[in-house]
Design a protein around this ligand. Structure first.
Ligand SMILES: NC(=O)c1ccc[n+]([C@@H]2O[C@H](COP(=O)([O-])OP(=O)(O)OC[C@H]3O[C@@H](n4cnc5c(N)ncnc54)[C@H](O)[C@@H]3O)[C@@H](O)[C@H]2O)c1
Length: 389
C-alpha cells in the first residue's frame, strides 16, 4: 500500500464526508494500493477542527489553511470550505503542486473556476470536483443505456433538484444566502449538480432560458457560522441575497430540449433529485432517494410500452466495490468514497473508474451556470459562453 498524505480544509459537513472517504478507500478499493493518511485538517473554528481530529485521527488541527497547503508532506488537499474561499485555496493548492479534490461549485463565477482549473493544469497535478451523483451506479447504467441507443435517439428530458433545507422561514442566514460568500444560491448549490448530470447523460448545453425567485426574503441571523439545516426563532433578521428557486429550459448542442427545476425551499421534497430522459423508443428515469433503482422502458411498442423497475448490481459502475449482490442499498457517503477512489487512482496513475468530474467539467458547468444567471437577469434565451482558453 502506498501511503498518501492528505489534508482537509474545512471541517463542516463536506469536510467530514471527505475525511471518511479517504479512510474508507482501502476498504473498498484494495487493488488501488493507496493508504491515505490524514495529516491535517484546517478550520478557524476550534471546536470543529478538534472534533475532526478526534473522530478521524488527523495528526494535527490547524487554524490556518495556508499552513496546511505549505506542509511539504501533504500531497492531496480537499477543499470543503464555504464557496467564496474555493478559488483562493484551490489556486494555492495547485501552485503548491498538490493534487486537489474541491467541492462544487469550484468558484463563485466562471472566471474563478477557470483560474482554479488553470492553476492545477499548470502544475500538472490531478483535480477533481465533487459532482458525486455521477458515481451512482444507476446513473452510470443510465448513461450506458442512453449511449447504446437502447431508448432510441434522445428527444427530451427533465431534471429536478428539489429540497427543503431552506424551506423553514427560521432557517438561519448562513453564508449560503449571501452573494459574497455563497454566490448565486440554489444555482451553485444544486443546479450545478443538475448541469453536470445533463452534460454527463444527455450532452453539452448550448443555450438556456431561465427564471429565478426568492421566496423567503429575510432570515434570522445565525448565532455562530450557521449550519446547513439550522433553524432559529426570534432575533434580528438579514436579507437573502441569492436565488431560492430556478426554473430553466436548456437546449443541448444536438438540439435536445431539457427542463431543469431546482429549489432549496420545496416544502415536502427532501433531496428529491433525479431525471427522466425520453428517446424515440424508450425512456429511463432515476430518483436519488431510491438510489439503486432505474425505471426503464425499451422496445418497439411505442404506445403502452411496459416500464420495468430494475435494481442495479455488481457490474454497474462501482456497485460491486460496496455490495456483493443487487438490491442492497448504497448511500450518499458511498458516492464520495467512489469519487475519492477515482481521484486517488489518477494521482497514482493506476486504472480507476474514470468516472469522476474533472476541473474541465467544473468549468463547463460554470459556463452553463453563468448563462443561467444572465438569462434570469435579462429574461431571454442566452448562449452558453465558450470554455476553451
Ligand atoms: N457535493 C455535495 O453534494 C455537497 C453537499 C454539501 C455541500 N457541498 C459544498 O461543499 C462546500 C462546503 O459545504 P458544507 O455543507 O460542508 O458547509 P459547512 O458550513 O458545513 O462547512 C464549511 C466549513 O468550512 C469552515 N471554514 C470557514 N472558513 C474557513 C477557512 N478560512 N479555512 C478553513 N475552513 C474554513 C467552516 O468553519 C466550516 O466548518 C460548499 O461549497 C458546498 O457547496 C457539496
Amino acid at each position: 500500500m502506498t501511503p498518501l498524505d492528505v489534508g482537509v480544509v474545512g471541517a463542516g459537513w463536506m469536510g467530514h464526508a471527505h475525511a471518511r472517504s479517504y479512510l474508507r478507500v482501502p476498504h473498498h478499493y484494495r487493488d488501488l494500493g493507496a493508504r491515505p493518511r490524514l495529516l491535517a485538517v484546517a478550520d478557524p473554528v476550534a471546536d470543529l477542527r478538534e472534533d475532526a481530529v478526534d473522530r478521524y485521527g488527523f495528526e494535527t488541527g490547524l487554524d490556518n489553511w495556508q499552513r496546511l497547503v505549505d506542509d511539504p508532506r501533504i500531497r492531496v488537499v480537499s477543499v470543503t470550505t464555504p464557496t467564496f474561499l474555493h478559488a483562493e485555496i484551490g489556486q494555492a493548492v495547485g501552485a503548491a503542486g498538490k493534487h486537489l479534490w474541491i467541492e462544487k461549485p469550484v468558484g463563485l463565477s466562471l472566471d474563478e473556476t477557470r483560474r482554479v482549473r488553470d492553476a492545477v493544469a499548470a502544475a500538472g497535478v490531478v483535480g477533481r470536483v465533487g459532482f458525486n451523483y455521477r458515481h451512482a451506479p444507476a446513473v452510470v447504467k443510465a448513461r450506458a443505456l442512453v449511449r447504446s441507443g437502447a431508448i432510441g435517439t434522445v428527444t427530451h428530458a427533465r431534471f429536478r433538484l428539489l429540497t427543503d433545507y431552506a424551506a423553514h422561514p427560521g432557517g438561519v442566514l448562513s453564508w449560503r444566502f449571501e452573494s459574497a460568500r455563497g454566490g448565486d444560491g440554489v444555482v451553485g448549490d444544486l443546479v450545478s449538480h443538475g448541469v453536470d448530470l445533463v452534460r454527463y447523460l444527455v450532452g453539452e448545453i448550448a443555450a438556456v432560458v431561465a427564471e429565478g425567485g426568492v421566496f423567503i426574503a429575510d432570515r434570522p441571523l445565525p448565532s455562530g457560522s450557521g449550519s446547513h439545516y439550522e433553524v432559529a426563532t426570534g432575533g434580528p433578521q438579514g436579507r437573502v441575497e441569492n436565488l431560492d428557486h430556478l426554473s430553466a429550459l436548456m437546449r443541448t448542442d444536438s438540439d435536445v430540449p431539457v427542463q431543469l427545476e431546482s429549489s432549496r425551499v420545496a416544502v415536502g421534497n427532501q433531496n428529491n433529485y433525479g431525471f427522466e430522459i425520453h428517446g424515440t423508443q424508450g425512456s429511463v428515469a432515476w430518483d436519488f432517494r431510491r438510489m439503486p433503482e432505474l425505471r426503464i422502458s425499451t422496445g418497439t411498442e411505442y404506445q403502452n410500452q411496459p416500464v420495468t423497475d430494475t435494481t442495479v448490481g455488481p457490474g454497474d459502475g462501482d456497485y460491486g466495490r460496496f455490495q456483493p449482490g443487487a438490491g442492497i442499498a448504497m448511500g450518499y457517503d458511498d458516492l464520495k468514497v467512489a469519487e475519492c477512489a477515482d481521484l486517488l487512482s489518477a494521482v497514482l496513475g493506476v486504472p480507476g473508474s474514470g468516472l469522476g468530474a474533472t476541473l474541465d467539467d467544473a468549468v463547463a458547468a460554470a459556463a452553463v451556470m453563468a448563462a443561467l444567471n444572465e438569462s434570469v437577469a435579462k429574461q431571454a434565451w442566452t448562449t452558453v459562453p465558450p470554455t476553451a482558453g
